[in-house]
Ligand binder design. Structure first.
Ligand SMILES: Cc1cc2nc3c(=O)[nH]c(=O)nc-3n(C[C@H](O)[C@H](O)[C@H](O)COP(=O)(O)OP(=O)(O)OC[C@H]3O[C@@H](n4cnc5c(N)ncnc54)[C@H](O)[C@@H]3O)c2cc1C
Length: 500
């Protein structure tokens, strides 16, 4: 940790105590800045926060610990290791897939077993899968290298290193091809096709709208391991909070930023008002929902984008989330479980465009208590059900809709669930809007369509205000735990460059 005399220390305000805000605050404080973090809610962690009820510990959002090497690189950037704060356990069964026309199948840590399983579903698929995994693994490794920095324009992509990596990627992927086409032209069994495409939901989109390049996640799924932090994904925000405290960040919770003050002459943000007071600083970083901050908090003449811009973006899916505490174990479930409709086109077009809940949804059920006895009482199960819905979905009828989903989960898994519920909480769009100031109730910010990728995502440095920066899932590189940690690193690098 850098030690800088008080008189030379730059003051920095970080808005939002989700993963991006916590990581930015910790990273800046580690580099010698004097940092105040302001979060509107009582608990830190944002969409990744944790809540406890009746002996159950629920991770509110993320449940997949993806791209562990990226998470580790964040810890390394502040002189730490994740193992200083929590330990990771490998899941031997990666996930279970339920569908209408097949008995449940398990994707396991032993890749040869998975290949044998796929071969029984589609003779000849083994060789095709090996080639697909090799191809996406090369792309995954190249992408990790390319993700080391942000890109401000097309020109910024034209360095010798990125061009070389880009050419290697282009030799494997047509940049205009969809994820769906990339998979369905190589493998023909409908269930295999689905297993290889569900990753797009992590990116908040549909396989039709997500570029083939994002199939790099197939490599991390099949070649990599699936990890789980003992105690839950909530260990990560907890670790980041501990880092903030260790590096001397002042943390203000239950305090929302309500306005931004600007000096018109110097074109600098001078202070922010909150529900509790006013904070001045040299540097401001916001990780609150970008659209909300731009529309509601920046004065008219300093807005980054127009209202039409925000109105016309392609938003990632929102979700209906159900947290259940059950009074018995559900052996029919693994830690991670998916249900895929035989015909999922209807599901994807509903979650893309419709104001209705999907009648026949595909959904995800996480049962962390299968692996971790600390997140539920003895002989009880902790369930988290995620049903993707469109950000445009009308909210009325959500309780009845959840009952319909629970009936479906019971019919699909053969497990009795509803009779054994001792705790139930539903969290949907209006809650995202209320809890996180999420524009339109989005769960995951902007989707990763081709025109909303890399430098085409909202900018990280304000166009007029020289001391205002943006990080988090709306910006580069995008959605997900590892991505928002990278966005924090990008912003820290930018601030250091500008301060030099
Ligand atoms: C249901 C769900 C499941 C997910 N699953 C996964 C997964 O399995 N794996 C994965 O890698 N990713 C997953 N993600 C994505 C990942 O959780 C997010 O991309 C990431 O947590 C976003 O972090 P953030 O800091 O950008 O935003 P946020 O977490 O939203 O943080 C922004 C913070 O700003 C605060 N704020 C807003 N307005 C103000 C204001 N005016 N003043 C002060 N504070 C304010 C908010 O309260 C919030 O705490 C999931 C997300 C969701 C919602």
């Amino acid at each position: 940790m850098k030690s800088i005399p008080d008189s030379e220390q730059k003051k920095c305000v970080v808005i939002g105590g989700g993963l991006a805000g916590l990581a930015t605050a910790a990273g800046l404080a580690y580099r010698g800045y004097s940092v105040i973090l302001i979060e509107k809610n009582k608990d830190l962690g944002g969409r990744a926060r944790v809540f406890k009820q009746k002996g159950f510990t629920f991770d509110m959002g993320p449940s997949w610990y993806m791209m562990p090497e990226v998470i580790e690189s964040f810890f390394a950037s502040v002189g730490k290791k994740s193992s200083d704060y929590y330990s990771l356990r490998e899941l031997s069964t990666k996930y279970r897939v339920f569908s209408d026309s097949h008995k449940p199948i398990d994707i396991v840590s032993n890749i040869q077993k998975n290949l044998r399983l796929f071969e029984t579903l589609e003779p000849g698929s083994r060789a095709k899968l090996v080639s697909l995994i090799t191809k996406t693994n090369v792309a995954y490794t190249l992408s990790i290298e390319l993700l080391a920095r942000k890109y401000d324009s097309f020109l910024s992509l034209l360095t010798p290193k990125t061009m070389l990596a880009g050419l290697r990627l282009l030799s494997q992927f047509n940049p205009f091809q969809s994820y769906e086409r990339f998979i369905t032209t190589q493998l023909s069994h409908p269930l295999i096709q689905k297993i290889l495409q569900f990753h797009t939901v992590f990116l908040g989109g549909s396989p039709k709208r997500t570029p083939a390049l994002y199939s790099i996640l197939i490599a991390s799924d099949f070649k990599g391991k699936i990890w789980y932090p003992e105690g839950g994904i909530g260990q990560l925000p907890k670790a980041l909070e501990a880092l903030c405290k260790e590096f001397g960040v002042t943390i203000k919770t239950e305090e929302a930023v309500t306005s931004v003050h600007i000096d018109d002459e110097t074109k600098r943000v001078t202070s922010v008002d909150t529900t509790q007071g006013t904070y001045d600083a040299d540097i401001f970083v916001t990780t609150a929902d970008y659209a909300y901050f731009d529309i509601h908090l920046l004065p008219n003449e300093y807005k980054e984008y127009s209202k039409d811009y925000w109105e016309n973006r392609e938003y990632a899916i929102s979700s209906v989330l159900v947290y259940l505490g059950l009074s018995k174990k559900i052996p029919e479930l693994q830690h991670h479980n998916f249900y895929f409709q035989d015909d999922w086109n209807d599901h994807f077009s509903t979650i893309q465009n419709s104001t209705e809940f999907p009648k026949k949804p595909c959904y995800y059920v996480c049962a962390p208590s299968v692996t971790d006895h600390t997140v539920a009482p003895k002989n009880a199960e902790n369930l988290f059900i995620l049903v993707p819905v469109s950000v445009q979905t009308k909210q009325h009828g959500v309780d009845e809709y959840v009952e319909h989903v629970l009936d479906h989960v019971e019919a699909t898994t053969g497990a009795e669930i509803q009779k054994h519920i001792v705790y139930k909480k539903i969290f949907a769009q209006k809650d995202f809007a209320h809890e996180f100031n999420a524009y339109k109730g989005n769960a995951l910010g902007l989707s990763h369509s081709l025109l909303q990728s890399v430098f085409m995502r909202p900018r990280m440095k304000a166009k007029q205000l020289s001391n205002l920066y943006f990080a988090g899932q709306f910006t580069q590189p995008g959605i997900g735990v590892p991505m928002v940690l990278l966005s924090a690193q990008y912003v820290i690098d930018e601030i250091q460059k500008d301060s030099a």
